[in-house]
Design a protein around this ligand. Structure first.
Ligand code: KG4
Ligand code: ZN
Length: 337
């Protein structure tokens, strides 16, 4: 079955063609970073309009790269939430319309399920049950994956998501948008231990997170500092280490609680090199394994949506042709595949 995947939940237009027999055939991504940069963050209306402009050219490009024509598509998967409503509607309307015109099934995919299942596209994929750490710009969650589609939330952030904390901290220190990867790059040159920030909520039981206090600690340190480039790098390193340690401590706790040593990490922050190394260490201690998507599939992309949608379409899940999207959507409400 050849499934066209469409991702338009935020500031990236992603399209991919996933073949359930041959694997990923082609994918294309257009990032709106330059469009939003001057505003220092995503402007929802501009995002929606740009998805309208870029989506169909990307569909054509993806089909051409896969050496397929539109009539070769057997199903369509699009992100139906969570995300920006206007942006989601662009992908949902185009996806449903295309499927209707081709007389093939279409399915709305949960964006975070897309992230969560992305490591299953790699060789040597994990098998449920496993614990998943979802760390993106909008989410920080620990989830027990009992089966594909059967998700139990173990803990989540009470305020900022990890990626959001990266982005806001970077902005505070004058780094360009999008801050997360910029801050991570800067941290590479910073001295470890020069700035020591707290590991929030690790001193009490439970699997929830809180990153907004950490951001304030960094702001105070930055304001009091000499504001040189070297200091900025040292603070960036201190912040990154605090986030990485906090995430690792909670992941280890979740693995103990769920009696598994299999950890899946997905979402934009999963591209962070130091986090990847730290979690590999955590799992090695437990004689287990950590699974990541390749870095380009950590951040938003069409491939993960095509893949997650393909699993559901292949299992015969059908939906009406109504165009519905959700800004918020609890993953625990999804059905098992
Ligand atoms: O999954 P994603 O592309 O979009 C959402 O669904 O939110 O994640 C984007 C988030 C942003 O907050 C970005 O700053 C962060 O992931 N991010 C990183 C890195 N690459 C992306 N954070 C830390 N280190 C990175 N290397
Ligand atoms: Zn995402």
């Amino acid at each position: 079955m050849r499934v066209l995947g469409i991702e338009t939940s935020c500031d990236e237009t992603g399209v991919a063609l996933y073949d359930t027999t041959l694997g990923l055939r082609a994918h294309a991504l257009y990032s709106q970073i330059a469009l939003h940069a001057e505003y220092g963050g995503v402007v929802p209306e501009l995002a929606s309009r740009d998805h309208v402009r870029k989506l169909l050219p990307l569909v054509r490009q993806t089909l051409a790269e896969a050496d397929l024509s539109v009539s070769d598509i057997d199903g369509v998967a699009f992100t139906a939430g969570p995300g920006l409503i206007g942006a989601l509607l662009v992908g949902a309307a185009a996806g449903r319309a295309l499927a209707w015109a081709l007389d093939v099934p279409a399915i709305g995919v949960h964006h975070m399920e897309g992230h969560l299942l992305a490591p299953l596209m790699e060789t040597n994929p994990p098998k449920p049950p496993f614990v998943a750490l979802l760390v993106s710009g909008g989410h920080t969650q620990l989830v027990l994956v009992k089966a594909i589609g059967d998700y139990q939330l173990l803990g989540e952030t009470l305020d900022d998501a990890a990626g959001e904390a990266f982005d806001k901290t970077a902005k505070m220190m004058g780094l360009p948008y999008p801050g997360g990867p910029e801050l991570a790059k800067l941290a590479e040159t910073g001295a470890p231990g020069k700035y020591k920030f707290s590991r929030p909520m690790t001193d009490r039981p439970g699997l929830d997170f809180s990153f907004s206090g950490l951001k304030t600690q960094v702001l105070l340190a930055w304001q009091k500092s000499d504001k040189t480039d070297a200091t900025r790098a040292d603070i960036a390193r201190g912040f990154e280490d605090a986030v990485v340690d906090t995430l690792a401590i909670k992941c280890e706790r979740a693995l103990h609680q769920c009696e598994t040593n299999q950890l899946v990490v997905a979402g934009g922050v999963g591209a962070n090199t130091r986090l990847r190394a730290k979690l590999a260490e955590s799992c090695a201690k437990l004689r287990g394994q950590v699974y990541f998507p390749r870095p380009e599939f950590c951040t938003d992309n069409g491939a993960m949506i095509a893949f997650a949608g393909a699993l559901r379409l292949q299992a015969g899940q059908v939906e009406t042709s109504a165009i519905t999207v959700q800004a918020r959507w609890d993953m625990a409400t999804l059905s098992e595949v």
